[in-house]
Unconditional design. Structure first.
Length: 549
C-alpha cells in the first residue's frame, strides 16, 4: 500500500462528490448579490485587483451572461476562523467592522439582503490551529460553524446558502493537515444537507487544477506559500465557487479560456516530460509517475520512457510505453539528493527529466512545553525533556521514552518534498505533514551522517513558515551547538539564515534538532554546507544509527 495517496487517485474520489448534475443556477442570468464570508483567502479574493477569485468569477459570469452585472462582496479577514467570525458578526450588529478589503464593511453588507450567502472558513482553524485534530474537536468546530451560519442568515436573509469547502494546506493530499481538512469538508457536506445548503467544491477544483499543472511541470504550484492561492489558484477557487452556484458554463469558460492557457504559459519552459514521486509503505520504495505532454498541432505520439537509477536501485518495469505511466522504484536514499533520470523517446524527439529523492529525516512531534510570557520566550534550561537527556548521553533517543503525562513520542520518516513548505530543499522539515501542530507543541528531527574523514562544516538554519515563532536546540554527536529562538536571532534577521560552525568526525555522526514552536506554520530548514570547497558529496545519510541494534 502507498504511504502517500496519489494526487490523481484522490481526484477521482473528490470529483465523485461534485455539485449535483440537476442543480439549478442560483443567479438570474448571472445577476445577483453574493456576500462571501471568509478569511484572508476571501480577503485576497475580493481585494487582489484583477487576480482575486471574485474578479475571476465576475469575468466568467459576464462571458456566460454578456449583460450580467453581478455584485460580489468579499468580507474576508486575515487570521480569522469560525470562532473569530462569531465574535465579528456579533460586534457588527452595533458597530461597523472593517476587514481586509478596503471600504467594505461587515455591518453595512450583512444588514442588506443577499441573494446568496457564501461561507468559506476553516483554513485558519487548521493553520493556527484554533482547533484540535480529534473527531470531538471537529464536531465542536462544525457546531460553531452552524451557529455562525444561522446568525448570518438571520442578518442577510439570503435566498440560498453555499459553503465553500476548505482548500489545501500543503500540496500533498496525504499530509495530516490535508487529511484534517478532508474530515472538516465531510462535516460541511453533512451540515449542508441538514440546512438545505450547497457545498461549493472549491477544494476539489484546486486539486484538479494542481493536477493539470503537475502533468506539465513537476514543480508547478497553485499556492504562494502552501496556503494562499496564487493567481491561477484564485481562478481554481472561482471555478469551484461557480460550480457551487450552478454556473457550470461560466466555470467551463474560466477553465478553458483562462486557466488552461495560463498553465501552458506558466510551464512553457518545462521540457514536456513531467513526473511526481510518491513514497510507498514498503521501506525504501517509491512510485514514479510520468506524463509526456502533447504539443499542439503535432500527431499523437506513443513515447517509450526509460528510467535510470543509482547503483543498487531497481525499478519495475524498467521502461514504459505511452504518454503516461509509472515505475515502482526501490533503493536506499543514502545521498542527500538521490538522482534518477527519465528519458522519453518518440521518433526523433528525446526528452529527459532528472528526478531527485531527498534523504528522509526521522521526526517526532507531540512534546508540549509552555513558553513563558510576557514577554513570550522559550526557556530551554527549564524545558529539558527525558529525550534531551538521552541525546546528550548518546543513547537511543528513538526508543519509547515517557516525556511526562504519558507522552511517548512516535518517530517516523519525513521526506522533504515539493509539496511541503520549504519545497524540495533536502534540509526542510514541515510538521504539517505529521501533526496538528497545536500551540506550544514541539518535536524532533534526526539524521545519522557517515563521513569518511573528519571535516569542518557549517550548519545553516532558516525558516519559510508563515508567522512562525520557533526555538531550536541542535545537537551534533551529543554536543549542543545551537540553542536560540531562530525567529528572533539577529543573524537570521540580517541574513535570512543562521550559520553555525561545526565539525563532523570520521564515521557516524548524529544530528538531532529539537524545535519548540508557538503556533501557525511549523517549518524549518537545516543544511550542512562544506567549507574550503568541500562539496560533502561523499556523505551518506540514514534514519537510524548503525551502532544501535
Amino acid at each position: 500500500m502507498k504511504k502517500n495517496i496519489s494526487l490523481f487517485a484522490v481526484l477521482f474520489l473528490l470529483f465523485s462528490s461534485l455539485v449535483r448534475a440537476d442543480f439549478k443556477p442560483m443567479l438570474q442570468n448571472g445577476n445577483g448579490r453574493v456576500v462571501f464570508v471568509g478569511d484572508s483567502i476571501t480577503g485576497q479574493g475580493g481585494g487582489w485587483l484583477g487576480a482575486g477569485y471574485c474578479f475571476q468569477m465576475e469575468w466568467a459570469l459576464k462571458q456566460a451572461h454578456p449583460e450580467a452585472t453581478p455584485q460580489l462582496i468579499a468580507l474576508g479577514g486575515s487570521g480569522m476562523g469560525v470562532g473569530n467570525w462569531v465574535h465579528t458578526e456579533n460586534k457588527s450588529r452595533t458597530n461597523e467592522v472593517m476587514l481586509d478589503v478596503k471600504n467594505v464593511g461587515v455591518q453595512a453588507n450583512l444588514d442588506q439582503p443577499a441573494d446568496v450567502l457564501v461561507v468559506m472558513l476553516g483554513m485558519n482553524d487548521v493553520l493556527a490551529p484554533y482547533i484540535g485534530g480529534t473527531d470531538e474537536d471537529l464536531d465542536k468546530w462544525i457546531g460553531s460553524y452552524r451557529k455562525l451560519v444561522e446568525s448570518l442568515m438571520e442578518r442577510a436573509k439570503p435566498k440560498a446558502v453555499v459553503f465553500g469547502s476548505v482548500t489545501m494546506f500543503t500540496e500533498d493530499p496525504s499530509t495530516f493537515k490535508n487529511q484534517q481538512i478532508h474530515r472538516m469538508n465531510e462535516r460541511l457536506k453533512a451540515l449542508a444537507k441538514e440546512m438545505g445548503a450547497v457545498v461549493a467544491p472549491t477544494s476539489q477544483a484546486c486539486w484538479e487544477v494542481l493536477a493539470m499543472g503537475r502533468q506539465l511541470s513537476p514543480e508547478y504550484h497553485i499556492t504562494r506559500d502552501y496556503i494562499h492561492p496564487n493567481s491561477i489558484g484564485n481562478q481554481a477557487v472561482a471555478v469551484g465557487m461557480l460550480r457551487g452556484l450552478g454556473e457550470e458554463e461560466a466555470a467551463n469558460v474560466l477553465l478553458e479560456q483562462r486557466i488552461k492557457p495560463a498553465l501552458l504559459k506558466a510551464t512553457e519552459k518545462a521540457n514536456g516530460l513531467s513526473y511526481d514521486v510518491q513514497v510507498l509503505e514498503e521501506p525504501d520504495s517509491y512510485q514514479i509517475r510520468y506524463w509526456w505532454a502533447e504539443k499542439p498541432g503535432q500527431p499523437v505520439s506513443s513515447p517509450t520512457v526509460k528510467i535510470s537509477l543509482p547503483e543498487g536501485w531497481s525499478a519495475t518495469p524498467d521502461q514504459s510505453q505511452g504518454t503516461s505511466g509509472s515505475f515502482i522504484v526501490k533503493g536506499k536514499p543514502t545521498k542527500l539528493r538521490n538522482l534518477l533520470k527519465l528519458e522519453g523517446r518518440s521518433g526523433e524527439e528525446v526528452r529527459q527529466s532528472e528526478v531527485s529523492i531527498s534523504a528522509p529525516w526521522l521526526v517526532a512531534a507531540g512534546l508540549v512545553q509552555t513558553w513563558k510570557q510576557p514577554p513570550l520566550e522559550f526557556d530551554p534550561k527549564a524545558s529539558v525533556s527525558p529525550v534531551d537527556e538521552v541525546i546528550v548521553k548518546g543513547g537511543d533517543f528513538t526508543a519509547p521514552i515517557d516525556c511526562g503525562k504519558n507522552t511517548i513520542l512516535t518517530w517516523r520518516k519525513l521526506y522533504p518534498s515539493v509539496n511541503l513548505t520549504g519545497g524540495a530543499d533536502p534540509g526542510s522539515i514541515d510538521y504539517a505533514a505529521i501533526t496538528n501542530g497545536g500551540t506550544f507543541e514541539g518535536g524532533y528531527a534526526a539524521r545519522w551522517i557517515q563521513s569518511d574523514r573528519e571535516r569542518a562544516v557549517k550548519l545553516e538554519l532558516s525558516t519559510k513558515g508563515l508567522a512562525t515563532r520557533i526555538h531550536l536546540s541542535v545537537w551534533l554527536n551529543g554536543n549542543l551547538i545551537y540553542e536560540k529562538d531562530l525567529t528572533k536571532d539577529p543573524q537570521r534577521k540580517e541574513a535570512r539564515k543562521v550559520t553555525v560552525d561545526a565539525v563532523l568526525k570520521k564515521g557516524e555522526n548524529t544530528l538531532v534538532i529539537k524545535s519548540n514552536h508557538v503556533n501557525w506554520q511549523w517549518q524549518f530548514v537545516a543544511n550542512l554546507v562544506g567549507v574550503d570547497g568541500d562539496s560533502l558529496d561523499d556523505l551518506r545519510y540514514s534514519t537510524k544509527s548503525e551502532s544501535v541494534k
